[in-house]
Each structure stands twice: as C-alpha cells, then as structure tokens.
Design a protein around this ligand. Structure first.
Ligand SMILES: Cc1ncc(COP(=O)(O)O)c(C=O)c1O
Length: 439
C-alpha cells in the first residue's frame, strides 16, 4: 500500500531529478526470476570479473591496520600521488596531487561539477545518447540541457562542427565521454584537436570541459586512449575524471577521482566532500593505490579487455544477422548500441507506442516497448535509448546491450532477441495486456 504524503512535502527540484534506469531494472528482473525464469542480464554496467586478489588483499590488510577512521577529505596522499603519477604522463601532462580529489565513485563529480560551476539558466552541453546522470542533474539544478546528438552513421562520434553551434556565452560545462557509455565510441587524437580548437575559439573563458574518461582502460583493437586535456591549451580548462569501478572491475569499492585544472578548484570540491561525505573509506583508497601502482594490474585488465573484445565480435556479428537489427562495432567500453528500427517496425512497436495513452506514451518509446517485451516475454534485460538522455531522443530506436556477461549467456541472449524480433503476435498480445509498458 502506498502512503499518502502531504502536498508540498518535496521541494520542486526534487521531483525534477532524473535517475539511472540500470538500477531500476533490477527489481523487475528479480520478479521475473521469482516466477522461475532465467533472465539474461545484458543491462549491467559493471564488469563481470572479480576484484583482483592483489587489490582485495591490500584492502583487507588496511582494515587489519585499522585504516577504518576518518581520513583526508581530499583523498589520502598515497592515492592522490598514485593518480597524479599515472594520469599525468599518460596524457603528456604534469599533474600534481594537490589538483586531485578522490570521490565515492566517478559519478558524484557529475552533479557536484554542475552545482559548482553553474547558476540556474546556465547551459550544459553533454553527449546524447550519454550517461544519464549528465542530463538528470540539469533539470534538478535549473540548468539548460543542451544535448549534443551523436549520429550512428558517424560511429556515435562528433567533431568541432557539430559542437560549435551549441556553444553560447552561457555555456558553463561541456561534458565529453570517450570511450562512451552507451555507444562504446572512442575519439581519435585528431578529432579531439578539432573539438578543442572550437572550444578554444568559441567558448567563454569560464567554460570548463568535464572529460569523463572512466572507460580509459577498456579499449580494443590496439587503439590508444586519448584525452582532450592533452591538446595544448586544454589542460587549463579540463576536469579529467576517472576511477576504479570499470578499470579494476570494482564498482562496489566506490573510488573515483578528478584531476582539476587548478588546486583552488580542488579545494572547493574537497569542501563539497566535507559537506557530503566527510571522506571516502581509507582502506578502499589504499586498495585503489595498489590497483594503480601494482604491475599485476596491467595483465588483469588485459585479460578482461580481451574477453570483452571476443564477446563484442560475436555479439556484433550475431546482432547484424537478425533481421531488423543493425549494430556498429564499438571501439571501447563494454556496451553495444544496436539500431532496432527495423525490429520496432516489424513488431508494430511504432504504431503501438503512438496509440498509448498520453501519460504512458510520454514515459516510453517504441524502443522502450521492445525493451520491456524482451524482458517480460523473452527474458533478456537490456536498456532503451531513453535511458541515455531523453531530450530530443524521439524517433531514435536503439537499445543498449552490456557485454559484461559470460559468452554462453550472451549467445543465449542473442537467440532470444532473434526470436523476440520476429514474434509480432507475442508483441501484440504483450501490448494488449498493457502491463510493464514503461521502464
Ligand atoms: C560514463 C560513466 N561515467 C561515470 C560512471 C560512474 O561510475 P562509478 O561507478 O565509478 O560511480 C559510469 C558508470 O556506469 C559511467 O558509465
């Protein structure tokens, strides 16, 4: 039973905060599993590998050493030193530990940066499709969301020409994310130089670039990670964001970090940490320092990346063999972002969506209906396009599939998707039933 809450209980901004649907699918999966079905989980945004032993051992050792108390709110010195030493040379930069702040994951700096750099009405440019938290905070803080729509035919990438018309004198943040969630798109050095030259010539001096590089170590086919901060003149205005969640398969460790353009900005964010979190568990920070410093981490990451690459190749080929689905080969991260327009048409999802009652229709899309049909009738969990930025996403029919699931499961998932994409009768009966039509 739902409790009736007093009117006006929540602030106006609270009801505007978006969410990350990946965390909302879990209860639905559990419900289906309790009905006795096996669900193939292609919804997960976390590597399906255990935390490496050398890192886990260090965390345990630090707990035994009683590193279980308050610590430096900016992040313990050994971790900030390790981050500065690893991040700087890789990008051809000199980064000092006083510019580094440690956060409970790579996610908190997204909202904290918007709240720190922007006043209501200021503009935030972010990739769409993109990590949902970029857009989620704009409404909460009264900012103007300015999605930079990534085109499939350009491999979900963009260049300076695409960015230029979006920049105004109210642009306070430009968010970049390479390798990208959800598309797996990566950037070349030349592309970043082109984007940087537009930012340098068009963006006001108060514009900061938020370069989310959390997938920096998950890159395929011998490609290298490039950061916009490496382009001359960009380090002075770029926040370089990364963390332990993806590189070290350690989403539960809640360790992320930012290298700020100045030590003064780092102090402001340290104070935000004091206000929100006090500090981040020291034993995990020591574990992260071990992860960054240890020569054992490189081979562990290489093994994980090779598994993702093999799965990517099998899944891209398999998806492209399904009528109504086409899929680009991503260069990094562990997601596929297939175009499901043909399947949506064949199933009748576009007409079904158009015929929904307005309130349900507004919270859904043809791809959402396909996503929910896949989940509830064919037991494959995926994410729809709307989960990665709603503003201007109408008419875009995509799903995100995570490949952070064992190969056998993925192959089973592929077969189920093939069956579902041809199951028009099943889809129509799902729509008639009218349950679970929104994520
Ligand atoms: C692009 C991007 N940025 C940030 C994060 C947040 O990572 P964390 O778990 O370290 O908070 C994620 C997680 O999925 C992500 O995909």
């Amino acid at each position: 039973m739902k409790t009736k809450l007093p009117q006006g209980l929540f602030s106006r901004r609270t009801i505007k905060l978006g969410s990350e649907n990946a965390f909302r699918v879990g209860p639905q999966i559990r419900e289906i599993e309790t009905q006795g079905h096996k669900v193939i989980k292609c919804n997960l945004g976390e590597p399906d590998f255990p935390l490496a032993k050398h890192i886990a051992d260090e965390v345990k050792r630090q707990i035994d050493l009683d590193q279980t108390h308050y610590c430096d709110p900016q992040g313990i010195a050994p971790l900030r030193e390790a981050i500065a030493k690893a991040m700087g040379p890789r990008r051809g930069l000199q980064i000092t530990p006083d510019r580094v702040v440690v956060f409970p994951g790579g996610k908190p700096p997204i909202g904290l940066a918007q709240q720190t750099y922007c006043n209501p009405g200021d503009e935030v440019i972010y990739p769409s499709p993109g990590f949902p938290i970029y857009e989620s905070f704009t409404a909460y803080l009264g900012l103007k969301p300015v999605p930079l729509h990534l085109k499939e035919e350009r491999d979900f990438s963009f260049d300076g020409k695409d960015l230029a018309p979006l920049i105004t004198d109210r642009t306070k943040l430009i968010i970049l994310n390479f390798p990208s969630n959800p598309t797996g798109g990566v950037a070349t050095r030349e592309q970043l130089e082109d984007i940087a030259s537009v930012i340098k010539s068009k963006a006001p001096p108060h514009t900061r670039v938020f370069s989310d590089e959390i997938y920096e170590n998950i890159i395929f086919d011998g490609a290298q990670h490039h950061s916009i901060a490496s382009v001359p003149g960009m380090a002075e205005r770029t926040l370089i964001v990364s963390g332990a969640s993806k590189s070290y398969a350690w989403t539960g460790g809640r360790i992320g970090w930012v290298a700020f353009p100045t030590a003064e900005e780092a102090q402001v964010f340290k104070n935000l940490n004091i206000n929100y979190f006090s500090c981040i568990p020291a034993y995990n920070q020591y574990g992260a320092a071990m992860a960054i410093d240890s020569p054992l981490s490189g081979p562990t990451m290489a093994t994980m990346c090779e598994a993702f690459r093999q799965r990517r190749d099998v899944m891209v080929e398999g998806l492209n063999a399904i009528p109504g689905i086409t899929c680009r080969k991503p260069g990094g991260a562990f997601y596929l972002f297939p175009n499901v327009s043909g399947a949506c048409e064949a199933l009748g999802a576009i007409e079904a969506h158009a015929a929904l009652p307005p309130r349900t229709r507004a919270k859904s899309s043809p791809a959402t209906l396909f996503q929910m049909f896949l989940l509830w009738r064919h037991h494959v969990a995926t994410m729809d396009r709307r989960s990665f930025g709603k503003v201007g996403s109408e008419g875009q029919h995509y799903l995100r599939l995570s490949i952070a699931t064992a190969m056998d499961e993925l192959k089973l998932g592929l077969e189920r998707i093939r069956t579902a994409a041809a199951d028009r009768d099943g889809f129509q009966s799902f729509i008639r039933e009218g349950k679970h039509l929104t994520a």
